[in-house]
Design a protein around this ligand. Structure first.
Ligand SMILES: [Zn+2]
Ligand SMILES: [Zn+2]
Length: 245
């Protein structure tokens, strides 16, 4: 399994960058986790949009789904131009409201997951767990046929059950919106120390800090998480590739 960081910023994209978006590739399967602002533009540095099998959304804050409808237009054009053979599948929780639909005119097929329901995209198996956030937000556990596992936090505040959900993952892709001295600045998000705490309790193989702040010295986040978690910690950057068996 190969994971490419397409975008790694919280809230809004930096110049020429993107908010949340992670490309998972496992043999022929290509899945995008979240499709935030700027993700479509940057994703095309790595694959053609017509190659994408599915998009899985953690939740519908716009830094995770702002490009959703543009992705639907891309699927439509690629099908009309016969670049895409089958509709793009869009998986998300049921909380879309009336603002948009995961379904689009037969070009995108919307699918709804619920907590702990297991679903497959190609050979990848997904499970979701409800997070602590101000709207329904889910962390996602992804496993391939070789038994490799990555857990993506989506957006969440600290909760103990997340450590159980992430247990033993090869990589934990964990939101880290805040420096540790900002712990109470925003509810429903993690500071670096909390990300380290989760990684340590879950005994994950590696920790990737993401959903990063736009300000400050981000290397400090690694030091703060590393004060709790003794394993390998990386700071997400666009284009970064993680390789799992
Ligand atoms: Zn977010
Ligand atoms: Zn959010």
């Amino acid at each position: 399994m190969k994971i490419t960081v397409v975008g790694c910023f919280g809230a809004y994209p930096p110049p020429n960058g993107a908010t949340s978006g992670y490309l998972l590739e496992d043999h022929e399967t290509k899945v995008l986790l979240d499709c935030g602002s700027g993700v479509i533009a940057n994703l095309q540095n790595y694959i053609c949009l017509a190659e994408l099998d599915a998009v899985v959304f953690s939740h519908y804050h716009r830094d995770h789904c702002a490009d959703l409808e543009c992705m639907q237009y891309a699927a439509m054009l690629d099908m009309l131009l016969e670049k895409r053979q089958s509709p793009l599948v869009m998986w998300g929780n049921a909380d879309t409201g009336s603002a948009f639909s995961l379904d689009y005119e037969g070009y995108c097929i919307g699918m709804t997951y619920t907590e702990y329901m297991s679903f497959a995209i190609g050979e990848l198996r997904f499970t979701a767990q409800a997070n602590e956030h101000d709207i329904p937000s889910f962390s996602l556990r992804v496993e391939n046929a070789a038994g490799s596992c990555v857990v993506y936090s989506g957006d969440t505040g600290y909760y103990d059950r997340f450590c159980d959900f992430a247990a033993g993952a090869d990589w934990l892709i964990c939101e880290c919106s805040l420096y540790s001295d900002q712990k109470r600045l925003m509810k429903g998000h993690l500071c670096a120390t909390e990300a380290g705490q989760i990684a340590a309790k879950a005994n994950v193989g590696n920790l990737l800090l993401t959903h990063l702040p736009h300000y400050g010295d981000r290397e400090t986040l690694v030091k703060e998480a590393g004060s709790i978690y003794p394993g390998h910690i990386a700071l997400a950057r666009p284009g970064m590739v993680l390789t799992l068996p």
